[in-house]
Ligand binder design. Structure first.
Ligand SMILES: O=C(O)CCC(=O)C(=O)O
Ligand SMILES: [Fe+2]
Length: 306
């Protein structure tokens, strides 16, 4: 995360290469204090250790909303994931969120996650700046097009120990519908990404964040940066916690390739859709895989007037 040092050019090039090839990379020395990361992980453990009745007080009330639990559309024949979840918004609120969750148990939980959310949001902005400069644009380029005035959704996943881990999935294969995702994992392996026909584990590095390119950055970068499919398996003998922070655009943001990244040789390969519509029509219909393909144009032609 070098800011002005001589190795910066190399960092830019490496970050772009990782985002094109893997859609994932890990960052260390990122500026979010270790103590804040530890406190967030500790608070998450304490939350999931509350009794069911205590957790139910924060029950999620709308599909993919904030709160505890999983309010999902059931799919016939598809087993539910082996995961317990708490979701909250920080920085800006999602403008359509009706439930104003106040997370007052364990005490201090709300304030801690607001502080954590602010720090992660700043980090997300800095990473978007690195990606922008790596693609020869000004540092605010991707932030303005994929996240300006947007919100940060923090989703805390607890995968309990499981007697038969081979029979379940922690979080099924999907891509994130975010601009970018910043994920903190504990010291237990579980997150997996595909590479040449195999699943590869993203090894936990103490106090590192895993950064994932989301669908919105894939579309705006005109398919250069990849929103890669991933999943989380369960360890079995022990529980695992991951804290996924999704940087989300405002719902009225137009999701479309940036004209600056299109040319005669690289015409726009995606159409345009408002982010709110993307969430309702593409994400909420349970179409979890290859979602950006719903925007893909079959025969791209460069339009120099746009
Ligand atoms: O638990 C993990 O490591 C992955 C979670 C994830 O992919 C998500 O919440 O979107
Ligand atoms: Fe994910």
């Amino acid at each position: 995360m070098l800011e002005d040092e001589p190795g910066r050019e190399q960092v830019l090039a490496d970050t772009i290469r990782a985002s094109e090839e893997w859609g994932f990379f890990q960052v260390i020395n990122h500026g979010v204090p270790d103590t804040l990361m530890d406190a967030a992980m500790e608070m998450s453990k304490r939350f999931f250790a509350l009794t069911s009745a205590e957790k139910e007080e924060f029950k999620m009330r709308q599909v993919a909303g904030v709160g505890y639990g999983r309010f999902v559309v059931e799919r016939p024949g598809v087993a539910k994931d082996w995961v317990d979840r708490l979701q909250l918004n920080s920085v800006n609120k999602d403008e359509l969120e009706v439930y104003d969750l106040v997370l007052n148990n364990p005490p201090g939980c709300q304030g801690l996650f607001e502080k954590y959310g602010n720090a992660v949001y700043e980090l997300a902005r800095r990473i978007l700046a690195i990606l922008s400069e790596g693609m020869e644009q000004n540092s605010e380029f991707f932030y303005k097009k994929t996240a300006a005035d947007g919100f940060l959704r923090t989703s805390i996943n607890y995968y309990p120990p499981c007697p038969q881990p081979d029979l379940v999935m922690g979080t099924s294969c999907h891509e994130d519908a975010s601009s970018i995702t910043i994920l903190q994992q504990d010291d237990v392996c579980g997150l997996e990404v595909p590479k040449v026909g195999n699943w590869v584990s993203v090894s936990p590095i103490p106090h590192a964040f895993v950064v994932k390119i989301g669908d919105i950055l894939q579309v705006v970068s005109n398919d250069k940066l990849k929103s890669v499919t991933h999943r989380a398996v369960v360890a079995g003998h022990t529980g695992r916690i991951s804290i996924a922070n999704f940087l989300m655009p405002r719902r009225d943001t137009k999701v479309q390739p940036a004209t600056e990244l299109c040319s005669k040789t690289q015409p726009s390969v995606f159409g345009s859709m408002e982010y709110g519509r993307y969430l309702v029509e593409v994400v909420a219909t349970n179409l979890l895989r290859n979602k950006v393909d719903t925007l893909r144009i079959k025969h791209p032609v460069y339009d120099s007037s746009s």
